[in-house]
Write a protein that binds this ligand. Structure first.
Ligand code: ADP
Ligand code: ZN
Ligand code: ZN
Length: 653
């Protein structure tokens, strides 16, 4: 009987052989017995001999034709090797959940073709035209581009036009967007413009919809696949172009189990398919700027906002003399001014809940999570203290557990408290709060956005969710509160991220018509970063950061990998990494530096203690050689009771 080699989603660096009496193609799913269970696996090869005897048999062949075609399999193999992640987990993670569970690969509801499309009523600018022509000149081969356009410069318009060209050639286009950037507005812009099926792949869809979208990408019926990071793995037989919007966004990096970067992988996918890759952003990551310097990406610039709109005016309010109020007098006055003109105002504060601190004014006691090294956040509407790391919650104490005084108070602001404060200052103005708490219900976000898009004067209070992608035409002013934590962070990328965030949030202001205004409240008005942000000189700021990274030999000039271990017993986690460190040191590769183990930034999360071991090298291949050796030996390091660990190649935090 023929034998098939099958990949199964288990954390082991190996595949499994089974007997199989039917015909099955490589890349198809099979149901196989595995440790008293039945699991879905992917056939990797068909052969007539196995080095193992007493093979079990395939129970069911699930696909008549491969679910993963050769190009996608090759791509996934590359990814598994690069991230040193077990192939079975990588292959299965690339499938939508219903396929992973063994359900039939059949489309339930075919998306309709658009009945009416409309073209814009403006001409493209010269900058846009240049960018489009340069990209199209290279459309039949691999070529990487950085489309560096300020916020509102018409990058999306460029995407639409090059996509239309690819569609004219009967090709498919993959557009990747950040998790929170895939707005209904973005989807409808593509749908309204292009005479093709546009399928969206994102977390708001149910599993049936996700499967349908995946299968329409796979059979070529969908011309445009608009998705968040996992869409990079979708099979697209006619793939002709990849566009990554907001390439700097950290949500392209998966931060659990298979820790890949969809942005980084897009280079490989585009090379394997021999097609152009376009990375678009107003605030390129330092990795992308370095790639541009090294000639791996061609830079295309849109230096001006489209339609004659000017960039917003940005100014600072010094909060050093402020006593703890969220809103300075000056900010309130400015808001009043815009609202009285019938405009909308947005306040950005990156913290949900009512207040981040619940403490005792007598003795300084502070409500902390029992399971994490973190403060509990007070949520007023439910009168609960919640931990944003592990989800634990409890009733707030009425008297201080330490000194027994009735002296407990909140300190600081989250979106909920800000909304309350605003309604006392602006009792006649509608306030729309957008954060994870107010958008949990399906369609809630869409309803909030529709209200904003109606254009009526209002105050929008929001977190990160509002930072990018949105195009609110009547939004004249943006106030940015409480970003100072970014200056105190220990992450070496913190200032890069902060500058990107400020520019993206600012970019929401004044996108049509008159000049918008941005006001940033800070206790660090002298920080050099503001010089650049105020005058919209991101590139110069980023060049300065790049020089610092180069002289310190930090990424993107060096390559890193992180080994993280965690356990309920602190000592076990640390000891495990010590053993790993001595194993790695015994490999004697002196071009790779090994740092640690050190405790995680939040040492305890959900009762587990976290420790990190960092590997760094200027020589990527040396680093990867070491990781491969590590992978071969990891099983021999006795897994101390219940130590969990993961490897993160090119970590970002
Ligand atoms: P970005 O993606 O760079 O933020 P968008 O593509 O969303 O910018 O464009 C911002 C606004 O400008 C949109 O409302 C868009 O319709 C409009 N726009 C784009 N290109 C032009 C143009 N050439 N002339 C006039 N308006 C334009
Ligand atoms: Zn007390
Ligand atoms: Zn917790």
């Amino acid at each position: 009987m023929p034998i098939v080699e099958v990949a199964i989603s288990v954390p082991l660096n190996r595949t499994f052989d089974y007997q199989c009496d039917g015909e099955v193609a490589v890349g198809s799913r099979v149901m196989v017995p595995f440790v008293r269970k039945k699991v879905v696996g992917i056939v990797l090869s068909v052969k007539d001999k196995s080095e193992f005897d007493k093979l079990k048999s395939v129970e069911e062949i699930l696909d008549e034709s491969p679910i993963l075609d050769k190009p996608v399999l090759d791509f996934l193999f590359w990814a598994a090797k690069y991230y040193h992640h077990p192939i079975g987990e990588v292959l299965l993670a690339a499938l939508p959940k219903n396929l992973r569970l063994g359900k039939e690969a059949k489309i339930k509801k075919v998306a309709g073709l658009p009945t009416k499309t409309s073209q814009p009523d403006f001409d493209i600018t010269q900058e846009q035209s240049l960018a489009i022509n340069e990209i199209l000149a290279k459309q039949n081969n691999y070529h990487g581009f950085l489309l560096h356009g300020v916020t509102g410069s018409g990058k999306t318009e460029v995407y639409l036009r090059i996509t239309q060209e690819a569609l004219n050639q009967d090709k498919q286009v993959l557009v990747l967007v950040p998790e929170i950037g895939l707005t209904p507005q973005m989807i409808s812009r593509f749908e309204r413009r292009l005479k093709t099926r546009v399928v969206a792949i994102h977390s708001q869809l149910n599993e049936t919809q996700k499967l349908d979208a995946y299968l329409m990408a796979k059979n070529g019926e969908a011309g445009v696949i608009l998705g968040t990071r996992s869409a990079i793995f979708a099979p697209m037989p006619k793939l002709g172009m990849i566009i990554i919007d907001e390439e700097h966004d950290s949500s392209f990096k998966q931060q659990s189990s298979f820790r890949y970067s969809a942005r980084d992988l897009s280079f490989i996918r585009a090379k394997q398919a021999n097609i152009p890759l376009i990375l678009g952003t107003a605030t390129p990551s330092l990795e992308t700027l370095k790639n541009t310097m090294d000639g791996k990406l061609t830079r295309l610039t849109l230096a001006n906002r489209a339609g004659g709109v000017v960039m917003p005016k940005v100014s600072l309010i010094d909060m050093r003399s402020n006593t703890g109020d969220a809103l300075s007098k000056m900010l309130i006055e400015k808001m009043q001014q815009y609202l009285s003109q019938g405009k909308q105002v947005m306040l950005f504060i990156n913290r949900r809940g009512y207040a981040p601190v619940y403490f005792c004014t007598e003795c300084g006691w502070k409500a902390e999570c029992n399971h994490c090294n973190a403060s509990m956040i007070y949520h007023r509407h439910i009168n609960r203290l919640k931990c944003h790391h592990c989800g634990d919650e409890k009733m707030p104490e009425q008297t201080c557990p330490d000194c027994n005084e009735q002296s407990l108070e909140v300190y600081g602001y989250g979106t909920e408290r800000l909304e309350e404060t605003l309604s006392s200052h602006f009792s006649d103005t509608p306030i729309i709060r957008i954060d994870r708490d107010t958008t949990r219900r399906k369609k809630a976000l869409q309803q909030h956005l529709e209200k904003i898009n109606s254009g009526e004067p209002c105050i929008i209070v929001g977190t990160q969710m509002l930072a990018k992608g949105h195009d609110f035409s009547n939004l004249a002013m943006v106030g940015i509160l409480d970003i100072d934590g970014g200056f105190l962070s220990t992450n070496f990328r913190a200032t890069e991220y902060l500058a990107q965030l400020l520019i993206q949030v600012s970019g929401r202001a004044g996108r049509s018509g008159e000049q918008g205004e941005v006001v940033i409240q800070t206790r660090y008005p002298d920080h050099p970063m503001f010089n650049y942000v105020l005058s919209n000189r991101y590139t110069q700021f980023a060049s300065g950061l790049l020089k610092q990274r180069m002289s310190a030999m930090m990424p993107p000039f060096a390559h890193q990998a992180l080994l993280c271990a965690n356990a309920k017993n602190k000592q076990n986690a640390e000891d495990f990494l010590r053993e790993v460190a001595s194993l790695l040191k015994s490999i004697e590769m002196n071009t790779v530096e090994i740092w640690g183990p050190t405790a995680g930034i939040i040492e305890k999360k959900a009762d587990y203690y976290y420790f990190n071991l960092y590997l760094q090298s200027n020589d990527r291949s040396a680093l990867h050689q070491m990781l491969a050796t590590f992978n071969q030996h990891i099983d021999s390091i006795k897994l101390k009771n219940k130590v969990r660990w993961y490897l993160d190649v090119d970590p970002i935090d």
